[in-house]
Design a protein around this ligand. Structure first.
Ligand code: C5P
Length: 228
């Protein structure tokens, strides 16, 4: 059993995957189950933190793991909704962890009625870029606030994954970046995960693999280390 070493900390965690509507029944989405984000929220609460969990399309059975007196859950749908919710939560958070898979693009227009083959062939959907939410959080970061990003990469090998993580941490301006390889049976839709955690010194400050709860605890340990 872990000590309540995050007591007094206010944290915001995003989880799941956003969905960008095409028409009333269709969307652009991704394979994120939300399990890693839910595990992060639960681990933080078990260790004493006050948690806001911003959950994008996390199914009920997964979300149930986050049910805890110190976790409040805010359900969201699109990247824009997730952005608004996490930006608001960040105003009073000591730590923000962006574990959600956020769509980089959305359809330029949402059809009011279901698109139908009878309307003629649909060859293209015009997309527009979504704002990079974490970039906005980094820009608005208060002194003492810690921002953690996640990145799913299809890397060639361990060295390539490390290099990608270091480059991305710098590009994103986050304090910590947890990078995971999604090319080989880890990550999305899996109970287990394996991450490298890259810190502000451009070094790997921790490596963790195993259950998503185990990975979550390693992330919180790294957050404690970064804030010490
Ligand atoms: O650059 P990439 O999309 O791989 O970075 C992933 C990280 O950036 C995640 O922490 C994700 O939540 C965040 N992100 C974001 N806004 C976007 C896309 C990704 O905050 N539009």
């Amino acid at each position: 059993v872990r000590p309540a070493d995050l007591t007094g900390l206010r944290v915001a965690v995003t989880a799941g995957g956003t969905r960008e509507p095409i028409d009333p029944v269709r969307f652009l989405g991704n394979r994120s189950s939300g399990r890693q984000g839910v595990a992060l929220a639960r681990a933080a609460a078990d260790r004493g933190a006050e948690v806001v969990l911003i959950a994008a399309h996390v199914e009920q059975a997964v979300r149930a793991d986050a049910v805890h007196p110190r976790v409040s859950i805010v359900p969201v749908g699109t990247a824009a909704e997730l952005g608004a919710a996490v930006t608001s939560a960040a105003e009073s958070a000591d730590v923000v962890v962006m574990a959600a898979a956020v769509a980089d693009y959305r359809p330029a227009a949402v059809a009011e009625r279901k698109l139908s083959k009878e309307d003629g062939p649909l060859d293209e959907i015009e997309l527009v870029k979504n704002d990079d939410i974490v970039a906005g959080l980094v820009e608005a970061r208060r002194p003492g606030q810690t921002i953690v990003g996640f990145a799913a990469e299809t890397a060639e090998d361990a060295a390539d994954l490390r290099e990608r993580g270091i480059r991305k941490r710098r590009r994103k301006g986050v304090d910590l970046l947890a990078v995971n390889d999604v090319s080989e049976g880890h990550g999305f839709e899996q109970p287990d995960n394996a991450v490298l955690i890259v810190g502000a010194s451009d070094t790997v400050v921790a490596e963790a693999s195993g259950s998503k709860r185990h990975v979550a605890d390693a992330v919180w340990d790294a957050v404690r280390g970064a804030r010490a």
